[in-house]
Design a binder for this molecule. Structure first.
Ligand code: SF4
Length: 325
């Protein structure tokens, strides 16, 4: 199966990206044809007012992919703006996308209210699901690894594919969402993980700083004192253990120790730090060893390969729509 997924170029990647997506992407590349891209145009939909860091953010995101195990020898790693065909297909799809339908997409209202200090009343922001549909369908991908909150977008992409096929003939397969089974990590303050809340641990955060952040993480509010029993399911630290603590014995130790107040939260967090260290040390080392020039070469090569595939689709699209060129 051909798989496609991307991440916006809005800054350095963090643990949420690693656990929520990149570990899955790295597994998928072993068995499938995988295309992973940095969505720099998508970053513009919300960050149009200051693009001074866009280039550097694009490089950082691609570097994060590689540091987390995306192998450019197995996956096509590229940047959206390096394959202009995405924009051409977006334009054609925008003729098929009802405005009312776009306004009803749940994340449209959610992001608007989350970023209420920004003016997001632009055509670009309203139509970003159309650009997403173009990103996916231009490679005629069969599967898109996504979290729960993105399933609606894949459904929209399927609708666009059906609409196009109805008007112009069968060109696009309907991609399937490959739902992540890993629960989302919460931020260190227990809220949704978001850079704007300052509650993330970036992939290249120095070890001592990452440790400080974990040791200061909020826990189950019921555990005010060491002698108060808690419930791991109500604690953001437990989500991190689910991602990094592989030993069942250790998980039982936490469950029992927390619910019966036999261990303190610091003991629990120290175990987490021990289990996170090998994974994060390796990523940090790889991240620091990757020069920007190397990353730019990788994505340049990736753009070439992606463009070849995108161009094949666009030939079919242009023929089907009957444009002269
Ligand atoms: S013991 Fe661990 S799981 Fe329980 S509240 Fe403390 S940090 Fe959370």
């Amino acid at each position: 199966m051909r798989i496609l997924s991307g991440m916006r170029a809005t800054g350095k990647l963090h643990l949420g990206h690693l656990v929520g997506a990149l570990q899955t992407w790295a597994k998928l590349q072993k068995e499938h044809e995988t295309f992973y891209f940095v969505a720099d145009w998508h970053a513009l939909t919300t960050h149009y007012d200051d693009t001074s860091k866009l280039r550097q953010n694009t490089i950082e995101v691609a570097k994060g992919f590689i540091a987390c195990g995306i192998d450019p020898g197995k996956s096509v790693v590229f940047v959206q703006s390096g394959v202009k065909e995405h924009a051409e297909l977006f334009l054609i799809f925008s003729m098929l996308a009802p405005v009312g339908r776009l306004e009803r997409i749940p994340t449209y209202k959610e992001i608007k209210s989350e970023l209420d200090y920004k003016d997001l009343s632009s055509v670009g922001f309203l139509s970003y699901p159309v650009l997403q549909a173009a990103d996916i369908l231009i490679y005629r991908a069969g599967g898109v690894p996504v979290g729960e909150d993105q399933v609606y977008h894949i459904e929209f992409t399927r609708e666009i594919a059906r609409r196009f096929n109805y008007y112009f003939g069968e060109v696009f397969p309907e991609p399937k969402p490959l739902l992540s089974t890993v629960p989302k990590l919460l931020g260190t303050d227990g809220r949704k993980m978001s850079k704007s809340y300052g509650n993330v641990i970036e992939l290249d955060t120095p070890k001592d700083e990452a440790e400080r952040k974990i040791l200061r993480m909020v826990t189950d509010p019921a555990r005010k004192r060491r002698t108060d029993p808690g419930d791991p399911e109500k604690c953001p630290v437990w989500g991190y253990h689910k991602a990094f603590t592989k030993s069942e014995e250790e998980k039982c130790w936490i469950m029992e120790g927390c619910t019966k107040a036999k261990i303190g939260c610091v003991d629990c967090k120290k175990l987490l730090l021990k289990n996170m260290a090998p994974v994060l040390d390796e990523i940090r080392e790889r991240y620091e060893s990757l020069p920007n020039e190397y990353v730019i070469d990788v994505v340049r090569e990736g753009c070439k390969k992606a463009k070849e595939e995108a161009e094949k689709t666009m030939m079919l699209v242009r023929q089907s729509v009957n444009t002269l060129f």
